[in-house]
Design a protein. Sequence first.
Length: 168
Amino acid sequence: MCMVCIEKHFSNLRSSTMKKIVLISCVSKKGKSKAKAKDLYQSALFKLSLSYAQSLNPDKIFILSALHYLLDPETEIEPYDVTLSNVPKNKRKPGLKVLTSSEKIDWGKKVIQQLSKKSDLKNDRYKILAGQQYLKPIIKHIKHIEQPLAGLRQGERLAFLKKHSNNE
């Protein structure tokens, strides 16, 4: 078999085993009691992100949680008040924990550790529906990333997700 043929064969094998994975960030608006993660997060942004993610028919969807790291949407969790977002002190609600720079680095290491057990960081395709604060600690460890919401403001994100999700 010629070298070009062998290379093409292995390239085809790799692409057939690549998974499509969607990562969605958690949100501050949550229900009041223990629920599956997909039901606990209450904001329009989260609900539309989940609907959009499901419409892509990925191999797996995970939630990037400031407290729980990498969450399966079916995992039951209690409400919590932790974020990676840079919320100014005068805008924080009482009890909100904003992760420090070093905590964000540790968070990213833990997420990558968990993600590496559930996916192939070098070959799988990741679509990330999360803000930069959730992406920054993990981006350098994931090879194939698509960010359809990058550069969009809140209203633009919602409009994009409405247009492209099952919730039209």
